[in-house]
Ligand binder design. Structure first.
Ligand code: TRP
Length: 423
């Protein structure tokens, strides 16, 4: 048994005794008796009972912590789809005080897996994403904001996890499949891109995340991560944490369509509303939104199915918006019912949506303008965050290396055992 295992055994036994007899009534002698380890050895590992208790606390803290990790690829400014799909929720979770740690990662290395020919795009967008994050209310005092490529431990973890995943399993990952098609990678898939689910598992596990708030499209990634964790823990012993996914609150938030009604929002289609969009642009995009093509006259009954304006309302509007901007209706259900009955024009609904969006986006835009005045500060935040994130990742890597028993030089037992063997 190596040092780490023995320490873990002592800590486990201590927890049991502390629970049974109470902290004060448990002596080092009792712990020695319960583990069959001599008192001298016990004191070799822990200088005092106080030191042992300290480590017990730390251990309990780690296993009971609620930790969030999530992030985005920096390939452009963030838009309203990112907002309802994840950003808004992250800010709420951050401010709920329910989480012990929150890590928000700008996934530049992952962005390079499908932008190998365009590294400059990724480089330019790191700060854009950081600005969007902070403009939305992610607060560096409460959340650790960092850049993926600055955490070298993620590469090493990925390297070990690669042995736990098969090529066919990666080929079956629905997100990877869809992305391969979308990017016309069929003929020549970059290896880095193909294996990014493994590196995403490293992202998640390095920070011992218990909770990963993401959009629905990321579900297969979390599933893949859980499989890797399970496999690792089976082969090497309980080490990694299995994360849970936290999905957006409703269907509209899950996959907000582009303003033209197309499922995918993209810069080239010009169908996104960005978080930093100016008021006139927002209005223009809302007023030209796709609705029900058969709803020609106001008196006609309208359909909600695939009606982008109503999908956006599902994602954004709250009852208080009606009081302020459309007091004839108490809530969205009443508005929908009128639209379906006939007699409610698209323009009226669009004007309402515009008011709602303007209200939501105004504070984000103005905070962003403030933040843009001090770009060095943004990089300073990311630097501090990356340093802090690296510390956590290094602790996990240590645990992984000792579970894998490749911590040769810290393993006195191994050296002794090998010496015996060659006697
Ligand atoms: N795949 C995510 C995206 O495309 C970004 C990402 C990278 C991520 N690593 C992650 C998300 C870990 C959640 C957890 O936006």
């Amino acid at each position: 048994m190596n040092h780490t295992d023995r320490k873990a055994e002592i800590i486990d036994a201590s927890i049991t005794l502390f629970c049974e007899k109470g902290l004060d009534l448990t002596s080092m002698q009792d712990i020695a008796a319960a583990t069959g380890i001599s008192k001298a050895t016990l004191y070799f590992y822990f200088d005092s009972k106080a030191a042992l208790i300290q480590e017990v606390y730390q251990h309990c803290y780690i296993i009971m912590s609620k930790i969030i990790l999530t992030g985005d690829r920096p390939t452009g400014k963030l838009h309203v789809g990112h907002y309802v799909g994840s950003l808004r929720r992250r800010v709420e979770l951050q401010n709920s005080g329910e989480y012990d740690k929150i890590f928000i990662m700008i996934a530049d290395a992952q962005a390079l897996t499908d932008n190998a020919d365009n590294p400059e795009k990724v480089r330019q967008n790191v700060v854009e994403v950081a600005l969007d994050y902070m403009a939305c209310g992610l607060d560096p005092k409460k959340s650790t904001l960092f850049i993926q490529s600055q955490i070298p431990q993620l590469c090493e973890l990925s390297f070990y996890y690669m042995n736990l995943v098969t090529v066919s399993r990666l080929q079956r990952n629905p997100t990877v499949k869809a992305e391969i098609q979308m990017r016309n990678f069929e003929a020549s898939i970059p290896v880095g891109f193909f294996t990014y689910p493994i590196s995403q598992a490293a992202d998640i596990t390095a920070f011992r995340a218990t909770t990963v708030p993401v959009g629905e499209d990321q579900m297969p990634m979390i599933e893949q991560t859980r499989e890797i964790v399970h496999k690792f823990n089976t082969v090497y012993g309980e080490t990694l944490v299995e994360p849970q996914v936290l999905l957006p609150e409703n269907q509209a938030c899950m996959r907000l369509p582009g303003t033209d009604g197309k499922a995918k929002m993209s810069k080239s289609l010009g169908n996104c509303i960005y978080l930093s969009e100016e008021p006139e642009e927002i209005k223009k995009k809302v007023m030209s939104m796709f609705t029900d093509p058969n709803h020609l006259r106001v008196e006609d009954p309208g359909s909600l199915e695939g009606n982008t304006v109503f999908t956006y309302l599902d994602a954004f509007c709250r009852e208080e918006h009606f009081e302020r901007y459309l007091p004839d209706y108490a809530n969205l259900d009443e508005l929908k019912a009128h639209y379906q009955r006939g007699g409610l024009g698209d323009v009226k609904v669009k004007k309402f949506l515009n008011n709602v969006l303007q209200e939501v986006l105004e504070p984000i835009r103005s905070r962003r303008k403030e933040l843009q005045k001090d770009i060095p500060y943004i990089y300073e935040v990311l630097k501090k965050g990356s340093q802090e994130a690296e510390k956590t990742a290094a602790q996990t890597l240590d645990a992984v290396r000792s579970a894998m028993k490749i911590n040769y030089f810290a393993d006195a037992e191994l050296i002794r055992e090998q010496s015996e063997k060659f006697k």
